[in-house]
Design a protein around this ligand. Sequence first.
Ligand code: NAD
Ligand code: UDP
Length: 320
Amino acid sequence: MHLERRILITGGAGFIGSFLCERLLESGANVLCADNFFTGTRTNVAHLLSHPRFELMRHDVCFPLYVEVDEIYNMACPASPIHYQFDPVQTTKTSVHGAINMLGLAKRVKAKILQASTSEVYGDPAVHPQPEEYWGNVNPIGPRSCYDEGKRCAETLFFDYHRQHKLRIKVARIFNTYGPRMHPNDGRVVSNFIVQALKGEDITLYGDGQQTRSFCYVDDLVRGLISLMDTGDDITGPINIGNPGEFTIRQLAEQVIDLTGSKSKLVFMPLPQDDPKQRQPNIEKAREILGWDPEVRLRDGLTKTIAYFDGMLSDKLAAK
Ligand code: NAD
Ligand code: UDP
């Protein structure tokens, strides 16, 4: 008999997954982290390896997994454009075959399952800010499509398993999230700008830097995901989880320069194809249903993230 909840986190050795592992262990659960280490690392969960309720397993979600668990957080999928465009076919497989395998597992063991979906399902949105009812504006054949359409198909699968097999599902649409343990070379804007500023290198603004994003600190995001998982069976989502504070990419660069005291200069580079012009979540549903609101201001979250990358770069220098 199992008195403690057993929770599977796919992609648990990644940036967001590793914080989820931490928080769920703190809540008293048994945590099984399954990851193929494509973008995640053992280092992200090294501090958990000796925890008696933590288990790390190398596994690719494109293959079936036979374990006994009560809840599944399906986080496995490369999230940054550089990483998901490295092997786009594998990215679609991870989202689609991964969802089928994890939904099949959830069906067999009657587990509740949460999908890490994304604001990318809205594409380059024609509605602003984006409510969950908006169906999106996604290019099905562009360089971002492997990620966007993979995640959209995963949502379809989640809702069909819910309707067809009465599975208990939770779909979270995650907006840009940042914090410590982001991959330093994954090309995402927050990690790029911080690393460039700390090294005194040019800060690379794509396009004119007027495109906007809304940045959520990882602690807030993880709190939102856990409260969504803990809702009653009637709540399926999709629910937007993100910080509605909207900034231009140029404003972000200026904040990073200010907080690091860097002498880096802003340089302008071509805008990648299909780069969304604006993105801001409407989080009324998360507020109403989860009683959730982000608490960490961009300035405070950036300060913590800068401290993390500063430590990482100093360790690298010391090791040379
Ligand atoms: P990440 O790349 O740090 O984490 C993804 C993890 O999944 C990594 O540990 C990677 O090794 C693992 N993985 C990839 N393919 C796998 C496979 N086939 N089998 C098993 N493991 C696999 O990215 P993240 O930012 O932590 O994102 C986590 C999840 O949240 C992803 O599903 C992503 O799409 C979603 N999301 C993230 C953001 C964000 O801003 N960070 C925004 C929207 C959605
Ligand atoms: N971006 C930028 N410079 C960089 C990296 C990204 O100007 O060095 C821009 C990018 O073009 C996009 C925004 O920052 O408009 C966010 O990019 P990211 O890859 O972090 O996430 P996404 O586009 O998936 O929201």
